[in-house]
Design a protein around this ligand. Sequence first.
Ligand code: PPY
Length: 495
Amino acid sequence: MLSGKEVAQHDSKESCWIIVHGHVYDVTEFLDEHPGGSKIILKYAGKDATAEYDPIHPPDAIKTNLPKEKHLGPVQPDTVEKVEVETTDEEKARLERVENKPALAEILNLHDFEYVARQIMPEKAWAYFSSAAEDEITMRENHAAFHRIWFRPRILRDVTNVDYSTKILGHNSSMPIYISAAALGKLGHPDGELNLTRAAAKHGIIQMIPTLASFSFDEIVDNAQPGQVQFFQLYVNKNREVARRLVEQAEARGIKALFITVDSAQLGRREKALQLIQDMNQEHTSDPSKVTKAQLGTSNVTQEASKPMPAPSTVLDPGLCWKDIFWFKSITKMPIILKGVQCWEDALEAYDQGLAGCVLSNHGGRQLDFSRSGIEVLAECVKHLIDKRDLTFPNEKFQLFVDGGVRRATDVLKAVALGATAVGIGRPFLYAFSTYGVDGVNHALDILKAELEMNLRLVGAPTLKDVVPEMVDASNLSSHIVAVPKDSLFEKNCE
Ligand code: PPY
Protein backbone atom coordinates (compact mmCIF):
# COMPACT_ATOMS: atom_id res chain seq x y z
CA MET A 1 0.00 0.00 0.00
CA LEU A 2 1.24 3.49 -0.86
CA SER A 3 1.87 6.06 1.83
CA GLY A 4 0.76 9.68 1.76
CA LYS A 5 4.42 10.70 1.85
CA GLU A 6 5.18 8.78 -1.34
CA VAL A 7 2.20 10.33 -3.10
CA ALA A 8 3.25 13.81 -1.95
CA GLN A 9 6.49 13.51 -3.93
CA HIS A 10 4.54 13.43 -7.19
CA ASP A 11 3.42 17.03 -7.04
CA SER A 12 4.37 18.51 -10.41
CA LYS A 13 3.26 18.42 -13.97
CA GLU A 14 6.19 16.10 -14.73
CA SER A 15 4.80 13.55 -12.30
CA CYS A 16 1.35 14.19 -10.95
CA TRP A 17 -0.40 11.76 -8.62
CA ILE A 18 -3.64 12.49 -6.85
CA ILE A 19 -5.78 10.70 -4.29
CA VAL A 20 -9.51 10.26 -4.87
CA HIS A 21 -11.62 8.26 -2.42
CA GLY A 22 -8.55 6.62 -0.88
CA HIS A 23 -7.05 5.51 -4.19
CA VAL A 24 -3.99 6.92 -5.91
CA TYR A 25 -4.00 7.79 -9.61
CA ASP A 26 -1.18 8.87 -11.88
CA VAL A 27 -2.78 11.64 -13.94
CA THR A 28 0.41 13.06 -15.48
CA GLU A 29 -0.55 12.11 -19.00
CA PHE A 30 -4.18 13.06 -18.46
CA LEU A 31 -3.46 16.67 -17.48
CA ASP A 32 -4.02 18.07 -20.98
CA GLU A 33 -7.10 15.95 -21.54
CA HIS A 34 -8.97 17.12 -18.46
CA PRO A 35 -12.17 18.96 -19.47
CA GLY A 36 -11.65 21.44 -16.63
CA GLY A 37 -8.03 22.13 -17.64
CA SER A 38 -4.83 20.94 -16.01
CA LYS A 39 -4.48 23.67 -13.40
CA ILE A 40 -7.15 22.49 -11.10
CA ILE A 41 -5.57 19.03 -11.01
CA LEU A 42 -2.12 20.47 -10.40
CA LYS A 43 -3.50 22.31 -7.41
CA TYR A 44 -3.98 18.89 -5.81
CA ALA A 45 -0.81 17.25 -7.18
CA GLY A 46 0.49 14.88 -4.52
CA LYS A 47 -2.59 15.46 -2.39
CA ASP A 48 -6.09 14.25 -1.64
CA ALA A 49 -8.35 15.78 -4.31
CA THR A 50 -11.59 14.07 -3.21
CA ALA A 51 -13.29 17.18 -1.84
CA GLU A 52 -12.67 19.07 -5.11
CA TYR A 53 -13.43 16.06 -7.30
CA ASP A 54 -16.76 15.02 -5.79
CA PRO A 55 -18.94 18.03 -6.59
CA ILE A 56 -18.03 18.02 -10.27
CA HIS A 57 -17.47 14.47 -11.44
CA PRO A 58 -19.39 11.26 -11.85
CA PRO A 59 -18.00 8.89 -9.19
CA ASP A 60 -16.53 6.53 -11.80
CA ALA A 61 -15.06 9.23 -14.10
CA ILE A 62 -11.46 8.91 -12.96
CA LYS A 63 -11.53 5.11 -13.20
CA THR A 64 -13.06 5.02 -16.66
CA ASN A 65 -10.91 7.81 -18.09
CA LEU A 66 -7.56 6.53 -16.91
CA PRO A 67 -5.95 3.35 -18.25
CA LYS A 68 -5.65 0.57 -15.66
CA GLU A 69 -1.89 0.96 -15.30
CA LYS A 70 -2.45 4.50 -13.96
CA HIS A 71 -4.55 3.19 -11.08
CA LEU A 72 -1.80 2.92 -8.48
CA GLY A 73 -3.88 1.36 -5.72
CA PRO A 74 -5.04 2.34 -2.23
CA VAL A 75 -3.22 4.72 0.07
CA GLN A 76 -2.79 4.24 3.84
CA PRO A 77 -5.48 6.62 5.08
CA ASP A 78 -3.73 7.81 8.26
CA THR A 79 -0.65 8.88 6.30
CA VAL A 80 -2.50 11.37 4.08
CA GLU A 81 -2.34 15.00 5.07
CA LYS A 82 -5.75 16.65 5.22
CA VAL A 83 -6.28 19.45 2.70
CA GLU A 84 -7.63 22.22 4.90
CA VAL A 85 -10.37 24.37 3.42
CA GLU A 86 -10.69 27.48 5.53
CA THR A 87 -13.99 29.37 5.68
CA THR A 88 -13.22 32.90 4.55
CA ASP A 89 -15.22 35.93 5.71
CA GLU A 90 -16.70 36.14 2.23
CA GLU A 91 -17.83 32.54 2.48
CA LYS A 92 -19.38 33.18 5.89
CA ALA A 93 -21.31 36.11 4.43
CA ARG A 94 -22.47 33.96 1.54
CA LEU A 95 -23.67 31.22 3.88
CA GLU A 96 -25.65 33.85 5.75
CA ARG A 97 -27.27 34.92 2.49
CA VAL A 98 -28.12 31.27 1.80
CA GLU A 99 -29.87 31.12 5.21
CA ASN A 100 -31.86 34.25 4.44
CA LYS A 101 -32.79 33.57 0.83
CA PRO A 102 -36.39 34.32 -0.18
CA ALA A 103 -39.00 31.59 0.21
CA LEU A 104 -39.69 29.75 -3.03
CA ALA A 105 -43.21 31.20 -3.12
CA GLU A 106 -41.64 34.65 -3.45
CA ILE A 107 -40.00 33.67 -6.74
CA LEU A 108 -42.35 35.07 -9.35
CA ASN A 109 -40.50 34.44 -12.60
CA LEU A 110 -37.35 32.91 -14.07
CA HIS A 111 -35.37 36.13 -13.64
CA ASP A 112 -35.85 35.87 -9.87
CA PHE A 113 -33.96 32.57 -9.75
CA GLU A 114 -31.02 34.23 -11.44
CA TYR A 115 -31.12 37.10 -8.97
CA VAL A 116 -31.06 34.75 -5.99
CA ALA A 117 -28.44 32.52 -7.62
CA ARG A 118 -26.14 35.47 -8.03
CA GLN A 119 -26.43 36.29 -4.33
CA ILE A 120 -26.01 32.83 -2.91
CA MET A 121 -24.15 30.53 -5.29
CA PRO A 122 -20.48 29.80 -4.59
CA GLU A 123 -18.47 32.28 -6.64
CA LYS A 124 -16.86 29.64 -8.84
CA ALA A 125 -20.16 27.97 -9.69
CA TRP A 126 -21.82 31.30 -10.49
CA ALA A 127 -18.85 32.31 -12.65
CA TYR A 128 -19.01 29.05 -14.59
CA PHE A 129 -22.76 28.98 -15.18
CA SER A 130 -23.22 32.68 -15.89
CA SER A 131 -20.16 33.36 -17.98
CA ALA A 132 -20.28 33.87 -21.72
CA ALA A 133 -17.75 34.64 -24.43
CA GLU A 134 -15.69 37.84 -24.48
CA ASP A 135 -17.89 40.96 -24.08
CA GLU A 136 -20.99 38.79 -23.55
CA ILE A 137 -22.79 40.74 -26.27
CA THR A 138 -24.33 37.62 -27.77
CA MET A 139 -25.53 36.37 -24.39
CA ARG A 140 -27.43 39.63 -23.85
CA GLU A 141 -28.59 39.73 -27.47
CA ASN A 142 -30.11 36.26 -27.07
CA HIS A 143 -32.60 37.71 -24.63
CA ALA A 144 -32.85 41.17 -26.21
CA ALA A 145 -33.78 39.73 -29.61
CA PHE A 146 -37.10 38.55 -28.18
CA HIS A 147 -37.84 42.21 -27.37
CA ARG A 148 -37.88 42.98 -31.10
CA ILE A 149 -40.88 40.72 -31.64
CA TRP A 150 -44.34 41.97 -30.77
CA PHE A 151 -47.68 40.16 -30.70
CA ARG A 152 -50.64 40.61 -33.01
CA PRO A 153 -53.25 38.90 -30.83
CA ARG A 154 -56.63 37.73 -32.11
CA ILE A 155 -59.83 38.48 -30.21
CA LEU A 156 -63.18 36.80 -29.65
CA ARG A 157 -61.91 33.28 -29.84
CA ASP A 158 -63.01 30.78 -27.26
CA VAL A 159 -59.99 30.31 -25.04
CA THR A 160 -61.78 28.85 -22.04
CA ASN A 161 -59.63 25.76 -22.40
CA VAL A 162 -56.10 26.12 -23.67
CA ASP A 163 -53.70 23.30 -24.46
CA TYR A 164 -49.97 23.88 -24.68
CA SER A 165 -48.96 20.23 -25.01
CA THR A 166 -47.05 19.14 -28.10
CA LYS A 167 -44.82 16.47 -29.60
CA ILE A 168 -41.06 16.83 -29.87
CA LEU A 169 -39.46 14.46 -32.39
CA GLY A 170 -42.58 12.32 -32.04
CA HIS A 171 -42.56 12.24 -28.22
CA ASN A 172 -45.15 13.80 -25.95
CA SER A 173 -44.15 16.92 -24.12
CA SER A 174 -46.45 18.86 -21.81
CA MET A 175 -45.01 22.13 -23.17
CA PRO A 176 -42.97 23.24 -26.19
CA ILE A 177 -39.94 23.40 -23.91
CA TYR A 178 -37.12 20.95 -23.22
CA ILE A 179 -34.27 21.10 -20.71
CA SER A 180 -31.12 21.90 -22.61
CA ALA A 181 -27.73 20.34 -21.88
CA ALA A 182 -25.32 22.09 -19.52
CA ALA A 183 -22.13 20.74 -18.00
CA LEU A 184 -21.12 20.33 -14.35
CA GLY A 185 -24.48 20.43 -12.62
CA LYS A 186 -23.04 19.39 -9.25
CA LEU A 187 -21.25 22.73 -9.07
CA GLY A 188 -24.63 24.23 -8.24
CA HIS A 189 -26.24 21.49 -6.12
CA PRO A 190 -25.21 18.04 -4.85
CA ASP A 191 -27.96 16.39 -6.92
CA GLY A 192 -26.86 18.31 -10.04
CA GLU A 193 -28.50 16.98 -13.21
CA LEU A 194 -30.70 14.56 -11.24
CA ASN A 195 -32.78 17.56 -10.14
CA LEU A 196 -33.57 18.07 -13.82
CA THR A 197 -34.32 14.40 -14.45
CA ARG A 198 -36.80 14.34 -11.57
CA ALA A 199 -38.52 17.61 -12.41
CA ALA A 200 -38.74 16.63 -16.10
CA ALA A 201 -40.53 13.41 -15.06
CA LYS A 202 -42.94 15.26 -12.81
CA HIS A 203 -43.81 17.82 -15.47
CA GLY A 204 -43.79 15.59 -18.54
CA ILE A 205 -41.00 17.36 -20.38
CA ILE A 206 -37.80 16.07 -21.96
CA GLN A 207 -34.29 16.41 -20.55
CA MET A 208 -31.27 16.56 -22.84
CA ILE A 209 -28.44 14.78 -21.01
CA PRO A 210 -25.06 16.49 -21.49
CA THR A 211 -21.84 14.67 -22.41
CA LEU A 212 -20.11 16.57 -19.61
CA ALA A 213 -22.66 15.93 -16.87
CA SER A 214 -21.37 15.66 -13.33
CA PHE A 215 -23.26 12.40 -12.82
CA SER A 216 -22.47 9.44 -15.01
CA PHE A 217 -24.74 8.91 -18.00
CA ASP A 218 -26.06 5.68 -16.43
CA GLU A 219 -26.85 7.39 -13.15
CA ILE A 220 -28.95 10.00 -14.95
CA VAL A 221 -30.80 7.39 -17.00
CA ASP A 222 -31.27 5.19 -13.91
CA ASN A 223 -32.95 8.11 -12.16
CA ALA A 224 -35.53 8.52 -14.90
CA GLN A 225 -39.03 7.09 -14.50
CA PRO A 226 -40.03 4.09 -16.63
CA GLY A 227 -40.89 5.40 -20.08
CA GLN A 228 -39.44 8.87 -19.43
CA VAL A 229 -38.04 10.28 -22.67
CA GLN A 230 -34.49 11.62 -22.62
CA PHE A 231 -32.25 13.04 -25.34
CA PHE A 232 -28.43 13.05 -25.38
CA GLN A 233 -26.10 15.92 -26.27
CA LEU A 234 -22.83 14.75 -27.78
CA TYR A 235 -19.46 16.42 -27.84
CA VAL A 236 -17.66 14.55 -30.60
CA ASN A 237 -14.41 13.39 -29.05
CA LYS A 238 -11.27 13.56 -31.19
CA ASN A 239 -11.00 9.86 -30.55
CA ARG A 240 -13.97 8.65 -32.59
CA GLU A 241 -14.02 5.37 -30.70
CA VAL A 242 -14.92 7.36 -27.57
CA ALA A 243 -17.66 9.10 -29.56
CA ARG A 244 -18.90 5.78 -30.91
CA ARG A 245 -19.04 4.30 -27.41
CA LEU A 246 -21.09 7.24 -26.15
CA VAL A 247 -23.54 6.93 -29.03
CA GLU A 248 -23.88 3.18 -28.63
CA GLN A 249 -24.37 3.53 -24.89
CA ALA A 250 -27.06 6.18 -25.45
CA GLU A 251 -28.91 4.05 -27.97
CA ALA A 252 -28.67 0.93 -25.81
CA ARG A 253 -30.20 2.82 -22.86
CA GLY A 254 -33.15 4.01 -24.91
CA ILE A 255 -32.18 7.61 -25.59
CA LYS A 256 -34.56 8.95 -28.20
CA ALA A 257 -32.45 11.53 -30.07
CA LEU A 258 -28.83 12.53 -30.52
CA PHE A 259 -28.04 16.25 -30.46
CA ILE A 260 -24.52 16.75 -31.82
CA THR A 261 -22.88 20.01 -30.74
CA VAL A 262 -21.44 21.73 -33.81
CA ASP A 263 -20.57 25.21 -32.51
CA SER A 264 -17.51 24.32 -30.44
CA ALA A 265 -14.41 23.85 -32.57
CA GLN A 266 -12.61 25.42 -29.62
CA LEU A 267 -13.90 26.61 -26.28
CA GLY A 268 -15.02 30.26 -26.32
CA ARG A 269 -13.19 32.60 -24.00
CA ARG A 270 -15.38 33.14 -20.94
CA GLU A 271 -13.51 35.90 -19.19
CA LYS A 272 -15.66 35.94 -16.08
CA ALA A 273 -14.61 32.37 -15.40
CA LEU A 274 -11.04 33.05 -16.51
CA GLN A 275 -10.81 36.11 -14.28
CA LEU A 276 -11.80 33.98 -11.33
CA ILE A 277 -9.13 31.42 -12.14
CA GLN A 278 -6.57 34.24 -12.32
CA ASP A 279 -7.76 35.79 -9.08
CA MET A 280 -7.52 32.46 -7.33
CA ASN A 281 -4.04 31.91 -8.67
CA GLN A 282 -2.86 35.30 -7.48
CA GLU A 283 -4.38 34.75 -4.06
CA HIS A 284 -2.83 31.38 -3.70
CA THR A 285 0.69 32.26 -4.72
CA SER A 286 1.32 33.76 -1.27
CA ASP A 287 0.16 30.59 0.44
CA PRO A 288 2.53 27.68 0.01
CA SER A 289 -0.21 25.14 0.78
CA LYS A 290 -2.07 26.33 -2.31
CA VAL A 291 -1.12 26.26 -5.94
CA THR A 292 2.11 27.98 -6.97
CA LYS A 293 2.95 29.76 -10.18
CA ALA A 294 5.52 27.10 -10.89
CA GLN A 295 2.86 24.43 -10.59
CA LEU A 296 0.64 26.35 -12.93
CA GLY A 297 3.41 26.72 -15.44
CA THR A 298 2.65 30.44 -15.78
CA SER A 299 4.91 33.23 -14.64
CA ASN A 300 2.44 36.09 -14.74
CA VAL A 301 -1.13 37.02 -15.40
CA THR A 302 -0.45 38.73 -18.72
CA GLN A 303 0.87 35.52 -20.13
CA GLU A 304 -2.22 33.78 -18.79
CA ALA A 305 -4.55 36.30 -20.41
CA SER A 306 -3.08 35.67 -23.81
CA LYS A 307 -3.78 31.96 -23.62
CA PRO A 308 -6.96 30.36 -24.86
CA MET A 309 -9.59 29.16 -22.41
CA PRO A 310 -8.29 26.15 -20.51
CA ALA A 311 -9.97 23.33 -22.33
CA PRO A 312 -9.63 19.66 -22.91
CA SER A 313 -7.62 18.64 -25.90
CA THR A 314 -9.82 15.72 -26.91
CA VAL A 315 -13.37 16.53 -25.81
CA LEU A 316 -13.72 19.14 -28.56
CA ASP A 317 -12.50 18.46 -32.07
CA PRO A 318 -11.81 21.33 -34.48
CA GLY A 319 -11.59 18.69 -37.20
CA LEU A 320 -15.29 17.77 -36.90
CA CYS A 321 -16.99 18.08 -40.30
CA TRP A 322 -19.95 16.93 -42.39
CA LYS A 323 -18.41 13.56 -43.19
CA ASP A 324 -18.43 12.75 -39.47
CA ILE A 325 -22.14 13.48 -39.40
CA PHE A 326 -22.67 10.92 -42.19
CA TRP A 327 -20.65 8.46 -40.15
CA PHE A 328 -22.86 9.07 -37.11
CA LYS A 329 -25.88 8.41 -39.31
CA SER A 330 -24.34 5.08 -40.26
CA ILE A 331 -23.75 3.97 -36.65
CA THR A 332 -27.07 4.91 -35.03
CA LYS A 333 -30.78 4.69 -35.61
CA MET A 334 -31.43 7.61 -33.28
CA PRO A 335 -32.56 10.76 -35.07
CA ILE A 336 -29.66 13.21 -35.36
CA ILE A 337 -30.10 16.91 -34.70
CA LEU A 338 -27.30 19.46 -35.09
CA LYS A 339 -27.03 21.73 -32.05
CA GLY A 340 -25.52 25.12 -32.77
CA VAL A 341 -26.58 25.92 -36.35
CA GLN A 342 -26.26 29.64 -37.00
CA CYS A 343 -27.33 30.34 -40.58
CA TRP A 344 -29.85 29.06 -43.11
CA GLU A 345 -27.22 27.59 -45.42
CA ASP A 346 -26.20 25.03 -42.79
CA ALA A 347 -29.82 24.30 -41.86
CA LEU A 348 -30.54 23.62 -45.53
CA GLU A 349 -27.54 21.30 -45.72
CA ALA A 350 -28.76 19.44 -42.62
CA TYR A 351 -32.16 19.03 -44.24
CA ASP A 352 -30.65 17.86 -47.52
CA GLN A 353 -28.53 15.31 -45.64
CA GLY A 354 -31.66 13.80 -44.14
CA LEU A 355 -31.07 14.86 -40.54
CA ALA A 356 -34.00 15.18 -38.16
CA GLY A 357 -33.52 18.85 -37.33
CA CYS A 358 -31.37 21.69 -36.03
CA VAL A 359 -31.08 23.66 -32.83
CA LEU A 360 -30.57 27.27 -33.82
CA SER A 361 -28.26 28.17 -31.00
CA ASN A 362 -25.06 29.98 -30.16
CA HIS A 363 -24.37 27.91 -27.02
CA GLY A 364 -25.88 30.48 -24.68
CA GLY A 365 -23.47 33.11 -25.98
CA ARG A 366 -20.54 31.07 -24.65
CA GLN A 367 -18.79 30.49 -27.96
CA LEU A 368 -18.58 33.11 -30.75
CA ASP A 369 -19.39 36.57 -29.45
CA PHE A 370 -21.46 38.53 -32.00
CA SER A 371 -23.08 35.39 -33.30
CA ARG A 372 -26.76 36.12 -33.82
CA SER A 373 -29.55 34.97 -31.53
CA GLY A 374 -31.23 31.63 -32.19
CA ILE A 375 -34.60 33.32 -32.61
CA GLU A 376 -33.25 35.57 -35.38
CA VAL A 377 -31.65 32.60 -37.13
CA LEU A 378 -34.95 30.70 -36.83
CA ALA A 379 -36.82 33.33 -38.86
CA GLU A 380 -34.16 33.22 -41.57
CA CYS A 381 -34.06 29.40 -41.70
CA VAL A 382 -37.83 29.07 -41.92
CA LYS A 383 -37.97 31.58 -44.77
CA HIS A 384 -35.29 29.84 -46.83
CA LEU A 385 -36.51 26.30 -46.14
CA ILE A 386 -39.98 27.34 -47.28
CA ASP A 387 -38.66 29.16 -50.36
CA LYS A 388 -36.09 26.58 -51.40
CA ARG A 389 -37.54 23.26 -50.25
CA ASP A 390 -41.23 24.01 -50.08
CA LEU A 391 -41.49 22.98 -46.41
CA THR A 392 -44.03 24.15 -43.85
CA PHE A 393 -43.30 24.87 -40.19
CA PRO A 394 -43.47 23.54 -37.57
CA ASN A 395 -42.43 20.50 -39.58
CA GLU A 396 -42.62 16.95 -38.28
CA LYS A 397 -39.85 15.52 -40.47
CA PHE A 398 -37.36 18.35 -40.03
CA GLN A 399 -37.75 20.10 -36.72
CA LEU A 400 -36.28 23.44 -35.76
CA PHE A 401 -35.47 24.30 -32.16
CA VAL A 402 -34.16 27.47 -30.58
CA ASP A 403 -32.24 28.00 -27.40
CA GLY A 404 -30.71 31.03 -25.71
CA GLY A 405 -32.27 33.89 -23.79
CA VAL A 406 -35.67 32.31 -23.13
CA ARG A 407 -37.07 33.59 -19.84
CA ARG A 408 -40.81 33.89 -20.41
CA ALA A 409 -43.60 31.90 -22.00
CA THR A 410 -44.05 34.86 -24.35
CA ASP A 411 -40.53 34.10 -25.65
CA VAL A 412 -41.59 30.48 -26.17
CA LEU A 413 -44.75 31.50 -28.03
CA LYS A 414 -42.77 33.86 -30.27
CA ALA A 415 -40.49 30.98 -31.26
CA VAL A 416 -43.47 28.70 -31.88
CA ALA A 417 -45.16 31.39 -33.99
CA LEU A 418 -42.03 31.67 -36.11
CA GLY A 419 -41.96 27.90 -36.74
CA ALA A 420 -40.01 26.28 -33.90
CA THR A 421 -41.20 22.92 -32.59
CA ALA A 422 -39.89 23.75 -29.13
CA VAL A 423 -37.30 25.81 -27.30
CA GLY A 424 -34.46 24.71 -25.05
CA ILE A 425 -33.89 26.34 -21.68
CA GLY A 426 -30.55 25.94 -19.92
CA ARG A 427 -29.28 28.48 -17.39
CA PRO A 428 -32.63 29.30 -15.70
CA PHE A 429 -33.00 25.65 -14.65
CA LEU A 430 -29.39 25.58 -13.41
CA TYR A 431 -30.12 28.65 -11.29
CA ALA A 432 -33.38 27.09 -10.09
CA PHE A 433 -31.70 23.96 -8.73
CA SER A 434 -28.62 25.82 -7.50
CA THR A 435 -30.89 27.87 -5.25
CA TYR A 436 -33.79 25.54 -4.33
CA GLY A 437 -32.88 22.05 -5.60
CA VAL A 438 -35.55 20.02 -7.36
CA ASP A 439 -38.30 22.17 -5.80
CA GLY A 440 -36.80 25.13 -7.62
CA VAL A 441 -36.96 23.40 -11.00
CA ASN A 442 -40.52 22.25 -10.33
CA HIS A 443 -41.45 25.81 -9.41
CA ALA A 444 -39.78 27.17 -12.56
CA LEU A 445 -41.81 24.70 -14.65
CA ASP A 446 -45.03 25.64 -12.81
CA ILE A 447 -44.30 29.29 -13.58
CA LEU A 448 -43.76 28.52 -17.27
CA LYS A 449 -46.98 26.52 -17.43
CA ALA A 450 -48.98 29.32 -15.80
CA GLU A 451 -47.43 31.86 -18.16
CA LEU A 452 -48.15 29.66 -21.17
CA GLU A 453 -51.78 29.23 -20.18
CA MET A 454 -52.30 32.94 -19.61
CA ASN A 455 -50.48 34.10 -22.70
CA LEU A 456 -52.15 31.57 -25.00
CA ARG A 457 -55.48 33.02 -23.84
CA LEU A 458 -54.29 36.58 -24.31
CA VAL A 459 -53.04 36.04 -27.85
CA GLY A 460 -56.26 34.20 -28.68
CA ALA A 461 -54.81 30.75 -29.37
CA PRO A 462 -56.50 27.70 -27.78
CA THR A 463 -53.69 25.39 -28.93
CA LEU A 464 -50.12 25.72 -30.17
CA LYS A 465 -51.37 25.08 -33.72
CA ASP A 466 -53.21 28.39 -33.46
CA VAL A 467 -49.95 30.22 -32.73
CA VAL A 468 -49.23 31.14 -36.33
CA PRO A 469 -46.69 33.50 -37.94
CA GLU A 470 -49.37 36.18 -38.35
CA MET A 471 -49.57 36.40 -34.57
CA VAL A 472 -46.24 38.16 -34.34
CA ASP A 473 -44.65 41.19 -35.89
CA ALA A 474 -41.02 40.18 -36.28
CA SER A 475 -40.21 42.78 -38.90
CA ASN A 476 -37.47 44.32 -36.73
CA LEU A 477 -35.97 41.03 -35.63
CA SER A 478 -32.86 41.24 -37.77
CA SER A 479 -32.43 45.00 -37.36
CA HIS A 480 -29.36 45.16 -35.22
CA ILE A 481 -29.43 48.93 -35.25
CA VAL A 482 -32.62 48.96 -33.21
CA ALA A 483 -31.24 47.87 -29.87
CA VAL A 484 -27.56 48.21 -29.11
CA PRO A 485 -26.55 46.09 -26.16
CA LYS A 486 -24.93 47.74 -23.18
CA ASP A 487 -21.20 47.33 -23.68
CA SER A 488 -20.00 47.06 -20.08
CA LEU A 489 -16.25 46.84 -20.57
CA PHE A 490 -16.14 49.64 -23.12
CA GLU A 491 -18.39 51.85 -21.00
CA LYS A 492 -16.28 51.29 -17.92
CA ASN A 493 -13.38 52.94 -19.71
CA CYS A 494 -15.47 55.75 -21.18
CA GLU A 495 -17.06 56.86 -17.93
C1 PPY B 1 -19.72 24.99 -21.74
O1 PPY B 1 -19.13 25.35 -20.72
O2 PPY B 1 -20.27 25.79 -22.48
C2 PPY B 1 -19.77 23.59 -22.10
O3 PPY B 1 -20.46 23.27 -22.99
C3 PPY B 1 -19.03 22.60 -21.33
C4 PPY B 1 -17.60 22.45 -21.60
C5 PPY B 1 -16.75 22.60 -20.55
C6 PPY B 1 -15.40 22.45 -20.74
C7 PPY B 1 -14.93 22.11 -21.98
C8 PPY B 1 -15.78 21.93 -23.03
C9 PPY B 1 -17.13 22.10 -22.83
